[in-house]
Structure formats: structure tokens, C-alpha cells
Write a protein that binds this ligand. Structure first.
Ligand code: SF4
Length: 191
């Protein structure tokens, strides 16, 4: 499958996993207007940048100018808020947002050592060995997450890395990243 199509399918699977967790009643407070996980300056690989670029290109010229101007905002430069974060807490490129944004509300499992020590909230012993769990402190306040709601974020990262290598091919740099701020800056009409 084409890496772009495979990436879109992967994003759809993450969305479906999240929807199923919510359906089961997972205690997630994520919703429109909650921007707790958007107080960052993100960068993405070229595979994830492509749909975001297209989403930006599809916006009206005035909106693209606004976003390009926001790219110069010192708060965005300092990583205090994502350049795509709107004043009402929504995401300017929601449908094209990166996998990390799609998965943030879920409990996430990583191999030991990936999650900063202070963010590790539980440990999990599974067929793949020990994993460390992290989740947004606004979620799962009443009780810890059920195992079936835990997303294997380590495997998700590996899947993305595999697709990214196929996307750039043997001559490109699979590790090259572009910041969302750069993407926003380059969306200005005539840029
Ligand atoms: S891309 Fe959208 S969802 Fe992701 S951090 Fe930025 S504003 Fe939030």
C-alpha cells in the first residue's frame, strides 16, 4: 500500500480505537475546547506533514494569512501553545492532525525508559514484556484505565517509522522533521 494511504488507514485505526474506548465508558474528558495537550511546539515527519500541508492549502487565503502570522507569535516559538491551536481551543487542522494528537487522551503504553519518570503512572506486564503507562492527568481521575483501553503507543511509533522510511525511500532522510510552525509560516498565500 502507498505510505500515504497506509498512514491514513493507521490514523483511522487510532480514531476507531479511541471511539471504542469511549463507547466502553473510558473516563476521558477530551473534547472540543480542551487544549491541555496542545501547549507544545510539535514537529512531524514528512509523511505526517503532507496531509497537514494539504489541509492548510485548502483553507481560505485569509485564514492562511492568520496562521502564517501566528507562526511568528512568541508564545508559539517558546512552545507555550501549538501554532494550530485556535483561540476557542479547537485545532485548525483537526482532521489532518498528527497521530500523537489523535492518541493523547488514551492511556499509552511504551517500552521502559521512553516516558519521562515523572509521567509514568502505572506498569503493565504483557506478552511483549514490561511496559510503562502514561495518560493525561485530566483523564482516568476516578479509576485507572482498563487494559483494553490502553493503546500500545510504542508499536504505533514503530508503525509510523516504518511507513516514514517507505515514504522517503532510500535516498531521502527518514529522520527529517518539520515543525508545525514552519508549516503554518509556509501556508501564507505567495509564500
Ligand atoms: S496539531 Fe492540533 S491537536 Fe495537535 S497540538 Fe496542535 S492544535 Fe493540538
Amino acid at each position: 500500500m502507498d505510505p500515504r494511504e497506509a498512514h491514513a488507514a493507521l490514523a483511522a485505526r487510532v480514531d476507531a480505537f479511541e471511539a471504542a474506548a469511549r463507547e466502553r465508558g473510558a473516563e476521558m474528558r477530551c473534547g472540543a475546547g480542551c487544549d491541555a495537550c496542545c501547549r507544545v511546539a510539535l514537529s512531524v515527519c514528512s509523511l505526517e506533514a503532507a496531509p497537514i500541508r494539504e489541509a492548510l492549502d485548502a483553507l481560505p487565503a485569509a485564514r492562511r494569512r492568520e496562521l502564517a502570522a501566528r507562526a511568528e507569535d512568541p508564545a508559539g516559538r517558546a512552545g507555550e501553545r501549538c501554532v494550530m491551536l485556535e483561540a476557542d481551543g479547537r485545532c485548525a487542522v483537526y482532521a489532518a492532525r498528527p497521530l500523537v494528537c489523535r492518541s493523547q487522551g488514551l492511556p499509552l503504553a511504551y517500552p521502559p525508559g521512553v516516558v519521562p519518570e515523572q509521567a509514568v503512572r502505572a506498569h503493565l506486564e504483557g506478552p511483549a514484556g514490561e511496559q510503562e503507562l502514561t495518560w493525561c492527568p485530566l483523564n482516568f481521575v476516578e479509576s485507572p484505565p482498563a487494559g483494553e483501553d490502553v493503546l500500545d503507543a510504542g508499536r504505533l511509533d514503530e508503525a509510523l517509522a516504518t511507513l516514514q522510511r517507505a515514504h522517503v525511500g532510500p535516498t531521502g532522510d527518514p529522520l527529517a522533521r518539520v515543525s508545525l510552525r514552519e508549516l503554518a509560516a509556509s501556508t501564507a498565500p505567495g509564500a
